[in-house]
Design a protein around this ligand. Structure first.
Ligand code: DGP
Length: 115
């Protein structure tokens, strides 16, 4: 656990979250500032600050996050209508929390603009 990391504190249960999924490796919870009708974050229990810090050792964990996201999206009813997975890294991507996280966005037609 990294001191002063909001998401480490959520993993530790020190900050409450509206959790929708948890297993040995990841947890998922609703974003506090939703950008779409469904906006869920999937985060690893392990602290990795961003994709620049991710290493080959994290390959299985990152793949697990993606597969969990598809299951969570399906459970949220998004499999047919579709959804977007977003992983921001660094200032140009406007990353604001430096504990890696996958956004699941859906529930309405999303912007055609990717950047
Ligand atoms: P990003 O810009 O990719 O770093 O997105 C960080 C997201 O984290 C942002 O959409 C808001 C969300 N967030 C920040 N703090 C909290 C929190 O304490 N609880 C929850 N549920 N979400 C948070």
């Amino acid at each position: 656990m990294v001191q002063d990391c909001i998401f480490c504190k959520i993993v530790a249960g020190e900050i409450p979250s509206n959790q929708v999924y948890a297993d040995e490796f990841v947890i998922a919870f609703h974003d506090i500032n939703p950008q779409a009708p469904t906006h869920i974050l999937v985060i690893p229990r392990k602290h990795i600050s961003d994709m620049n810090e991710a290493s080959p050792q994290d390959q299985a964990l990152l793949g697990h996050m993606m597969l969990c996201a598809s299951k969570i999206a399906a459970d949220a009813g998004l499999a047919e209508s579709g959804y977007r997975l977003v992983l921001n890294t660094g200032p140009d991507a406007r990353q604001s929390v430096f504990h890696i996280h996958l956004h699941i966005l859906g529930g309405r037609p999303l912007s055609g603009q990717m950047g």
